[in-house]
Design a binder for this molecule. Structure first.
Ligand code: G1P
Length: 327
């Protein structure tokens, strides 16, 4: 018997605009596949998934199509009609989850850890990691390995242990009761019903929640973190490729039906299926499906699906001892 897994994936991904104007955040490419592909492949390596429950809203059809095409898991989609927060999203899965233990993982968080040790134990557990500035996360106060208190995005954090976004919940009836209470009594933080606040209520009701330390937390929520995750994952999983007439510096990922001509690609470049790269130099960048790049030097760049980026070659007639700076 496996475990039910909930992935709330209805968010609009505003921090990854403009990519999320046309693609749900979780389908943005990093190191050769969409973020959601990494999240699921990591889970499947270590867990037997009894049922995948995906909360969709914003461009949910694309998420449905991706999962149906690439995974043969028993999957239930739950529509989220309003964007009222993570706690609200999870509350909508009550009917499907029933009273079985559940593993909840966020759709933009790739984690590398020993899932088997976190899931299946005799008490709930949430992933935590020490960070320099915890103010943009849920924050946990931990004593003797157990979470004593949780606060969502505090301006004055009581510790620097951030809530990573992976949660193993055993007592799901109590979770849904606490989520209900937030909604009925309209208890919001930052205008939203927070999962963190429901977990705090669970602690107050006696639920024991272990703090599970996580080292490998690969955030994909913003362009700079997406690029650093791309570098990290390519460093571990990226390959080397031969492209006649071009130079490929590993690690890179190059998808199917890609055309590369007269170019230098790498290191740390992901080129998704169907892209064209002509007369260009690209490093430390991500090209989404069917992007076309011509006569460009790119670095730390994100190029969306079907985008076309063309530069121009300069023609110069420069005299002796001149200085030309093309910024
Ligand atoms: C959510 C959670 C927060 C957690 C964070 C991890 O916040 O509410 O507790 O620390 O994910 O990424 P969000 O990033 O959706 O604002």
């Amino acid at each position: 018997m496996g475990i039910k897994v909930v992935i709330p994936a209805a968010g609009a991904g505003t921090r990854l605009r403009p990519h999320t104007h046309t693609t749900p955040k979780t389908l943005v490419q990093v190191a050769g596949k969409p973020i959601l592909g990494h999240v699921l492949d990591n889970l499947l390596r270590e867990l037997e998934i009894e049922e995948l429950i995906v909360v969709i809203g914003y461009m949910g059809d694309k998420i449905k199509r991706f999962l149906e095409k690439n995974y043969s898991l028993k999957t239930t989609f739950v529509e989220q009609p309003e964007r009222l927060g993570l706690g609200y999203a999870v509350s909508l899965t009550r009917e499907v989850v029933g009273d079985s233990p559940v593993f909840i993982t966020l759709d933009d968080t790739i984690v590398e850890f020993d899932l088997g040790r976190m899931v299946g134990g005799d008490c709930s557990a949430i992933g935590v990691k020490e960070v320099d500035d915890p103010r943009r996360f849920g924050v946990a106060v931990v004593e003797d390995g157990f979470v004593r208190r949780l606060v969502e995005k505090p301006s004055d954090p009581p510790s620097n242990l951030a809530v990573v976004g992976v949660y193993y919940i055993r007592n799901t009836p109590l979770l849904f009761e606490c989520l209900d209470r937030l909604i009925k009594e309209d208890i919001r933080t930052g205008g939203e019903y927070q999962l963190t606040d429901a977990l705090q209520l669970m602690i107050e009701r006696g639920e024991r929640i272990r703090a599970f330390p996580i080292d490998g937390w690969l955030d994909c929520g913003k362009p700079e973190t997406l690029l650093s995750t791309n570098r990290y994952l390519l460093g571990k999983q990226g390959g080397s490729y031969e492209v006649p007439g071009s130079v490929v510096i590993p690690p890179v990922f190059i998808g199917r039906n890609v055309t590369i001509r007269n170019s230098v690609i790498g290191p740390y470049v992901s080129v998704a299926d169907g892209c064209e790269v002509i007369d260009s130099i690209i490093r430390d960048s991500i090209l989404n499906e069917n992007a076309r790049v011509e006569r460009m030097i790119l670095e730390r760049s994100l190029i969306g699906s079907n985008a076309v980026v063309c530069g121009r070659a300069s023609q110069l007639n420069v005299g002796d001892s001149s200085e030309v700076n093309l910024h």
